[in-house]
Design a protein around this ligand. Structure first.
Ligand SMILES: Nc1ncnc2c1ncn2[C@@H]1O[C@H](COP(=O)(O)OP(=O)(O)OP(=O)(O)O)[C@@H](O)[C@H]1O
Ligand SMILES: [Mg+2]
Length: 354
């Protein structure tokens, strides 16, 4: 459980503390009152990255040099400090992770708290670009698996170096075989770890019972191996990018027809409603996967999704509120049934707060 969160120069917040004292918290506030900013901060404590931006600096309040998020769980005090590279005229680290005041690497920081986020953007996971689906897998696997986190970091680094080498080969026409051998080895080794764990996750999705919407997921794996790199060698030099590997992975989701004899890709054949049910089912499975791997339920963050879903879907979510700590944001309290509001902590935001 997350017991409290303190934001300092974080997005629209100058300084504010939130205490969560019930299993379910409902945050009601109009547009721009800071709901998503708070959810972003809590997610940041879980994953170490924003779900909205690749540029950490954007999370620092305008005209400030340093932003801070603190979170208290049952066991630890977590803290993330973000700067734009300097603070008080001195060069500083861009992002710092602390557990009980002790600096940590991101790989070690994020195992202290886990969260699953469901926001309106997630409704596009199935239909949008593959990068969104890779991010979906990464956010889950990075939270549960240290080896996956380490492999991801090493893979990204090696990939950057290898691409620079390809660029260099293209420019000079000289191929440094020794260096290629080194970076190839690293992308293959780490790539195989990533692929293996993604494969296992997709298998989990397929083996679990799906009460909300039955589907089958297909892992569209971009295999990385010595042979494949050899096969794409010339094309890679010409384009100066690595053309195979988990950074090109994707997965698709197919639904069954009535007789269960055929499957059809939900991206191309699913109605909007069916696509939403798939996402809802995926989110439920995400919670379950993390629970199975870590032995505890993650905190569920629901950012403004009730305005996007119909009554039946909302009912399905409300039924499982008791299973974990849940933090819900909404613009209108009418979206939340009275029966739910009775047993929850309600925090009201107003525009004038900030
Ligand atoms: N770095 C920043 N510094 C200061 N303010 C920011 C920063 N980034 C975003 N904001 C502002 O924070 C405000 C609140 O944004 P937020 O996304 O939390 O609103 P919200 O309550 O989720 O609204 P909605 O209901 O429209 O989703 C916005 O006015 C936004 O412009
Ligand atoms: Mg919002």
């Amino acid at each position: 459980m997350i017991k409290s969160v303190t934001l300092q120069n974080f997005r629209s917040y100058r300084k504010q503390e939130f205490n969560f004292d019930k299993k379910t918290t409902v945050i009601i506030g109009p547009n721009t009152s800071g709901k998503t900013n708070l959810i972003e901060a809590i997610f940041l404590l879980a994953v170490g990255k924003s779900f909205r931006t690749e540029k950490d600096m954007q999370m620092i309040s305008f005209r400030e040099e340093l932003g801070r998020v603190k979170g208290k769980t049952e066991d630890n005090e977590l803290e993330i400090i973000i700067t734009n590279g300097q603070f008080n005229g001195k060069i500083s680290q861009f992002k710092k992770f602390l557990v009980n005041g002790v600096a940590k690497r991101r790989v070690d920081f994020i195992e202290n708290f886990t969260a699953v986020l469901f926001s309106p953007e997630d409704l596009d996971i199935i239909v949008d670009s593959p990068s969104l689906r890779r991010k979906f897998m990464d956010n889950i696997l990075e939270q549960v698996d240290r080896e996956y986190r380490l492999a991801s970091i090493s893979y990204s680094k090696a990939l950057r170096q290898r691409n620079a080498l390809l660029e260099n080969t293209r420019e000079t026409g000289i191929k440094n075989e020794k260096q290629f051998e080194y970076w190839d080895g690293l992308v293959i080794g780490n790539g195989e770890i990533i692929t293996g764990k993604r494969e296992e996750f997709i298998e989990f999705l397929n083996n679990e019972t799906k009460d909300i919407f039955d589907f089958v997921a297909f892992y569209d794996k971009s295999v990385i191996s010595k042979q494949r790199l050899l096969q794409y060698k010339e094309a890679e030099v010409a384009s100066a990018v690595t053309l195979v590997g988990p950074h090109r992975d994707d997965f698709s989701v197919s639904m069954f027809n009535n007789t269960r004899q055929d499957t059809h890709d939900v991206k191309f054949f699913g109605s909007r409603g069916q696509q939403r049910l798939v996402i809802l089912q995926l989110k439920m499975l995400e919670l379950l996967y993390i629970e199975k791997k870590l032995g505890k339920r993650p905190v569920l963050l629901l950012d403004d999704i009730f305005s996007e879903l119909d009554e039946g879907h909302i009912e399905l979510i409300l039924e499982m509120l008791d299973l974990q700590q849940t933090i819900i944001t909404t613009t209108h309290k009418e979206f939340i049934p009275q029966s739910v509001l009775k047993n929850t902590q309600v925090i009201k935001f107003s525009k004038e707060d900030k």
